[in-house]
Design a protein around this ligand. Structure first.
Ligand SMILES: Nc1ncnc2c1ncn2[C@@H]1O[C@H](COP(=O)(O)OP(=O)(O)OP(=O)(O)O)[C@@H](O)[C@H]1O
Ligand SMILES: [Mg+2]
Length: 247
């Protein structure tokens, strides 16, 4: 039987007295692409950040395969984050390093590659995202879309099993969005397991295997894109879709 890559059990998160979401249960199977959608403030980013413990849940458990993530200490968390990569809305590149060095850093530090091997791998990854000619540039000289492609290449450098994406296109000019979505679609087609918080309904509908609709302090609906977009089960989701699809 196939086991989930990630699983959460009765997960709750509070900031002070504010409950973000309560008693969430969910799992991600190998090769699945999950889109998390829902209104602003529903706790989508918080949920994603909990999955690799950039935020600490208040109660409940998270598992990566059979390892309990919620029990892990610093060293294990570092290793977890190699397997469970993350791509952020604002790219989070190191501004004082070239594109190539942004990718090489972890290859040397974490993967133990020497300079030459790290450079080779960085270049191959930059080719994959269409940026081989930018290896020596600095992030500030790249467009937002190009910076996000570097961030994806950097995440891929760890050979992650899962990548978490938090609104990877929402800080981009509209003409850059398609490039990033295309790279994400290619990754999905190559079998990468992905959990994507997104406002891009076409991506959610056409690329993901499952939609999680987060609202009212829970994952209110889980379902196939076809059933969710044709006939959501709750009025809350219907309202949300009416708003976002009629923009
Ligand atoms: N570090 C924090 N300290 C206190 N409250 C926080 C913190 N981070 C988020 N929150 C609150 O938790 C709730 C969920 O925030 P979160 O950013 O996860 O929502 P979201 O669904 O990602 O929203 P958006 O679609 O706008 O990105 C919000 O009410 C937010 O104000
Ligand atoms: Mg968010």
């Amino acid at each position: 039987m196939t086991e989930p890559v990630l699983k959460v059990e009765n997960l709750s998160k509070k900031y002070g007295d504010t409950l973000v979401w309560d008693q969430v249960n969910a799992q991600v199977m190998p090769g699945q692409v999950i889109s998390i959608i829902g209104p602003s403030g529903a706790g989508k980013s918080t949920f994603l950040r909990c999955l690799n413990m950039l935020e600490t849940p208040t109660s409940g458990k998270i598992f990566y395969h059979d390892q309990e993530v919620t029990q892990m200490k610093d060293k294990e968390l570092q290793s977890l984050r190699e397997h469970v990569g993350m791509v952020f809305q604002n790219f989070n590149l190191f501004a004082n390093m070239s594109v190539s060095d942004n990718i090489c850093l972890a290859l040397k530090k974490v993967k133990g590659l020497d300079e030459a091997a790290a450079k080779d791998k960085a270049l191959a990854l930059l080719k994959q995202v269409g940026l081989a000619d930018k290896a020596d540039s600095y992030p500030s000289s790249l467009s937002g879309g190009q910076q996000q492609r570097v961030a994806i290449a950097r995440s891929l450098a760890m050979d992650p099993e899962v990548i978490l994406f938090d609104e990877p296109t929402s800080a981009l000019d509209p003409e850059m969005v398609g490039d990033i979505l295309k790279i994400m679609q290619e990754l999905a087609e190559q079998g990468m397991t992905m959990v994507v918080v997104t406002h891009e309904m076409s991506f959610a509908k056409n690329v993901s295997d499952e939609i999680w609709f987060m609202a009212d302090q829970q994952i209110l609906e889980k379902g196939s894109p076809a059933s969710f977009f044709q006939k959501p089960q709750t009025e809350r989701a219907q309202d949300f879709l009416d708003k976002v699809l009629n923009l």
